[in-house]
Design a protein around this ligand. Structure first.
Ligand code: PBG
Length: 332
């Protein structure tokens, strides 16, 4: 829709930009703490944290420290935390059995958060990469990432997370049929109220670099993820994936990365009108922090502008490592 605008001088569009009051009246979008999902890295040990070198300001935390961070997030009004385990080579096997162990790092952290900050929604990541010997999200047989056997393992992983108390499951593996398989298993296992936020349009992106350092996957990963993650050249394919995931029982969908893929966010929201989230990934965070640390950009302002861009594109929320910083700024 193109509005009918009289021409100059009847239309002086600067008239409405003159004062803070007029600009406030003109504001179309708003960022609130309700828009934030905070990704947090969990590591083994007690009462400890280590910095992630490529993500200034981000740390890996032991389970007790994750619980403490969840309390702080709850006090800031952040509605959800998403958990990612840091795993060394010793937790990685061919069969990935640690992925569905009731006591793996993620499941311990879910229970600890539920204890410490019951109002926070706990989201998880479902994919085999933290526990796979070769760093892939699925099983590898003769050099091929196999779909259906992987989905069976993902279902076990999902049920273990649901048993531990997860509120939101986030399958990030990009295997076909995993949403339907997980939804069916949740239904028959008494977990019909557990929600699924599918990593629906997840692109094979170089912006994930710092994350793979953060979770210890860089050393493990053999090859690339191009046979399961999406080609950055595609947009129609993302719409097919959204349609498919919704039909299989996803409650919410995600586009990932975020800022370079706002066109996809926009299309998803307009074409489907469903809860749509973006993941402002590790590389996006690292770029903003690097620019800010060098004094080349104003970090806080760019951070807030990026949040507004997600809202303007139509996102209902954003997974962002900036979540606590954004919340602090918004809360004044
Ligand atoms: C793995 C996973 C990745 C991210 C979230 N889950 C990396 C990958 O697919 O290799 C990336 C997050 C980020 O870069 O911040 N299943």
């Amino acid at each position: 829709m193109t509005p009918i605008v009289p021409s100059f001088p009847a239309a002086r569009l600067r008239r409405m930009r003159q004062t803070p009051a007029l600009r406030a009246m003109m504001r179309e979008n708003t960022v609130t703490v309700d828009d934030l999902i905070w990704p947090v890295f969990v590591m083994a040990g007690r009462d400890d944290e280590t910095p992630v070198a490529s993500m200034p300001g981000v740390v890996r935390r032991t389970v007790d420290r994750v619980a403490k961070a969840a309390k702080e997030a709850q006090a800031l009004g952040i509605p959800a935390i998403c958990l990612f385990p840091y795993t060394g080579m010793e937790s990685r096997t061919e069969d990935c059995a640690e992925a569905w162990s009731p006591d793996n790092l993620t499941n311990q952290a879910i229970r600890a958060i539920k204890d410490a900050a019951p109002e926070i929604a706990v989201m998880t990541d479902i994919a085999l990469d933290p526990y796979n010997i070769n760093g892939h999200d699925g099983f590898v047989e003769d050099g091929v990432i196999v779909n259906d056997r992987t989905v069976e393992a993902l279902v076990k992983m999902a049920l273990a997370q649901a048993d531990a108390g997860a509120d939101i499951l986030g399958p990030s593996d990009m295997m076909d049929g995993r949403i339907g398989a997980i939804r069916t298993a949740l239904e028959s296992d008494g977990h019909q109220d557990v929600t699924i936020l599918s990593y629906t349009a997840k692109y094979a992106s170089a912006f994930y670099g710092p994350f793979r350092d953060a979770v210890g996957a860089s050393a493990a990963l053999k090859g690339d993820k191009n046979t399961y993650q999406m080609n950055p050249a595609n947009s129609d394919e993302a719409m097919r994936l959204v349609q498919r995931d919704l039909a299989e029982g996803a409650d919410m969908v995600m586009v990932k990365p975020g800022m370079p893929y706002l066109d996809i966010c926009r299309r998803v929201k307009i074409e489907f009108g469903v809860p749509t989230f973006a993941y402002q990934v590790s590389g996006e965070y690292a770029m903003i922090q690097a620019g800010a640390q060098n004094g080349w950009i104003d970090g806080d302002k760019v951070m807030m502008e990026s949040m507004m861009a997600f809202k303007r594109a139509g996102c209902d929320g954003v997974l962002t490592y900036f979540a606590p910083a954004v919340a602090r700024l918004l809360n004044g």
